[in-house]
Write a protein that binds this ligand. Structure first.
Ligand code: PEP
Ligand code: MG
Length: 584
């Protein structure tokens, strides 16, 4: 049994067989075969070995010519290893005696040897271990390639997905009925991959560090998305313990369900508004099912992902109308204009720029202001949908007042165009800006004067304030909403909004994290937008305190000088109010 610790990003506990996705996309399916298929399977293996040897020879020749014979020799050695009688014998025995599929047999054998070499902890042997991984990859590419298709889309049984990293679009395509949970070596708390896990309600842990080399396809794995723990090959006692935890988590979730129809109201009668964050129109149902008061953030850029062309005006209009139909005419729906860029830029080859630092580059509203056709098309679709519900428009990644004013001006132009075309729209559509860049946070008063509402995007605000990449597990300890700098910025933004009569909401992951609920309420926040899955738990906390208590907690939290002290204090306060809540 091995225990790995990472960052919990989507709650729940799952137990199942591992399915490993390598960085380059080679998969190791776990498959056993019938006795009658053994000969055929061994033949399939031998064919893949021959092809892998041919690849190694081709690499040897190409590299020798390019870099010199001494480098080509590495691949000559690969070819020899692939043909090594002992190694091949070991793989074939796993197929013949254990009835493993060829891929699984190759993966198990190679990893066993690679691990043994790595355990020697000497640079020379570590290099040999990497060679074995390379060889494994090459053989598997022939075996998997031969069967064709994307194995993740053709899963025959439920699995626990383990990967170095997943892109948000890969995650979005996972089938929650087949993928019980996932865990990745890379990634941070507010990466879009993590957010997608919450959306799909798949328990997930990210930022595990090196893990994949310790696991073969089919090994039993436990993912504890509440505590950020992944257990490989659990012993019987641990397994039993987790089966109990899994049941308890299910029961707690069921009890929270009973809160659905009750308001998010404090013990002294102050009402908070709990909204849902969505990426796809179909998720609107997740929000209403959890008793959400509307949509506080619709991340429309997900309409652009996995597409070879941009969605046109009517496709966008239809998507917005689908959300409005699901939510109803009265509840607010905040449509955020597209926020492509950084880790959310995929198939958009036409607008992809080779930037050294995409998080600080042409992202989001900056892209829109450079691509007015794209921007205006979206604004037209939003405005056309606006008479059919309580629709609001919001601009992401605003860094300066000038940018905000430009966005408002373009919205004004689009309104005029619609007016001329006699197309109906809500002339008073509420306008909001996200506050997720420190410059905007510091200018919150001026920003608040320009708009109807501010929405604090803590995912980016933390990233940009602490200069800590939200997707990078190596800086995960810096990346925390509990940093005193973040508390002070949020306090400042809420005061600025209140002073100028603008509504204010927090829509980053912080709002769905139970340890920050009392703090945010105490700082004066009355609107929170979160992954719908988190709504019942946050509602339960709100219903368990008074505003006076929350204010005292917030004032105390603002006095601490380090994130560790803030988070410890808030954890303690949350447990005091609601002992069942899982706090990390
Ligand atoms: C944020 O940055 O907090 C936010 C809500 O936007 P996104 O996560 O889509 O960047
Ligand atoms: Mg953001």
């Amino acid at each position: 049994m091995e225990i790995k610790r990472g960052i919990p990003v989507s709650p729940g506990v799952a137990i199942g067989p591992a399915f490993v996705v390598e960085t380059e996309g080679t998969r190791i399916p776990h498959r056993t075969i019938k006795k009658s298929q053994i000969d055929q399977e061994i033949e399939r293996l031998r064919k893949a070995l021959r092809e892998a040897v041919a690849d190694a020879h081709a690499n040897r020749d190409a590299i020798s010519e390019k870099l010199g014979k001494q480098y080509g020799a590495i691949f000559a050695a690969h070819a020899l290893l692939i043909e090594d009688a002992e190694l091949v014998g070991e793989i074939e025995r796993l197929i013949a005696q254990q009835n493993y599929g060829a891929e699984y047999a190759v993966s198990r054998t190679m990893r066993r040897h690679a691990k043994a070499l790595e355990a020697l902890n000497q640079p020379l042997f570590s290099t040999r271990a990497s060679d074995l991984f390379d060889i494994e990859k090459s053989i598997l590419s022939h075996l998997v390639g031969e069967q064709g298709g994307d194995p993740l889309q053709n899963l025959q049984e439920p699995i626990i997905l383990l990967a170095h990293d997943l892109t948000p679009s890969q995650t979005a395509n996972l089938n929650p009925r087949m993928v019980y949970a996932f865990a990745t070596e890379a990634g941070g708390k507010a990466s879009h991959t993590a957010i997608m896990a919450g959306v799909l309600e798949i328990p997930a842990v990210v930022g595990l560090g090196r893990t994949l080399m310790d696991v073969s396809g089919g090994d039993e794995v436990i993912v504890d998305g509440n505590r950020g723990v992944v257990i490989l090959n659990p012993d019987e006692e641990t397994r039993e313990r987790y089966l109990v935890l899994q049941r308890q988590f299910g029961n707690f979730a069921k009890r929270l369900d009973e809160l659905r129809e009750l308001p998010a109201e404090t013990k002294d009668g102050v009402r908070a508004v709990l909204l849902g964050n969505i990426e796809f129109p179909q998720e609107s149902g997740h929000c209403t099912d959890r008793g959400g008061d509307g949509i506080g953030l619709y991340r429309t850029e997900f309409l652009y992902l996995n597409k070879t062309r941009d969605p046109n005006e009517s496709e966008q209009y239809e998507a917005y109308m689908a959300v409005l139909r699901a939510i109803g005419p009265d509840k607010p729906v905040v449509i955020r204009t597209m926020d492509l860029g950084a880790d959310k830029l995929f198939n958009q080859a036409d607008i992809y720029l080779d930037e050294k630092n995409p998080c600080l580059g042409m992202r989001s509203v900056r892209l829109c202001l450079r691509n007015l056709v794209l921007f205006k098309t979206q604004l037209r679709a939003i405005l056309r949908a606006s008479p059919h519900g309580n629709l609001r428009v919001m601009f992401p990644m605003i860094s300066t007042l000038m940018e905000l004013r430009q966005c408002k001006m373009i919205l004004g132009d689009v309104k005029e165009e619609l007016e001329e075309e006699r197309i109906d729209f809500n002339r008073k559509i509420p306008i909001g800006t996200m506050i997720e860049v420190p410059s905007a946070a510091l200018m919150a008063e001026e920003m608040a004067k320009e708009v109807n509402f501010l929405s604090i995007g803590t995912n980016d605000l933390i990233q940009y304030t602490l200069a800590a990449d939200r997707t990078n597990e190596h800086v995960a300890s810096l990346y925390t909403a509990g940093d005193p700098s973040i508390l002070r910025l949020i306090d400042h933004i809420i005061r600025a909004a209140t002073k100028h009569g603008a509504e204010v909401c927090v829509c980053g992951e912080m709002s769905g994290d139970p340890i920050y609920t009392i703090l945010l309420l105490g700082l004066g926040l009355r609107q929170l937008s979160m992954t719908p899955q988190n709504i019942p738990e946050i509602k339960k906390i709100i219903r368990s305190i008074t505003v006076e208590e929350a204010k005292t907690v917030a004032q105390e939290a603002l006095r601490f000088e380090t994130a560790r002290d803030v988070n410890n204090y808030l954890r303690e306060q949350t447990r005091r109010v609601l002992p069942e809540v899982v706090v990390n």
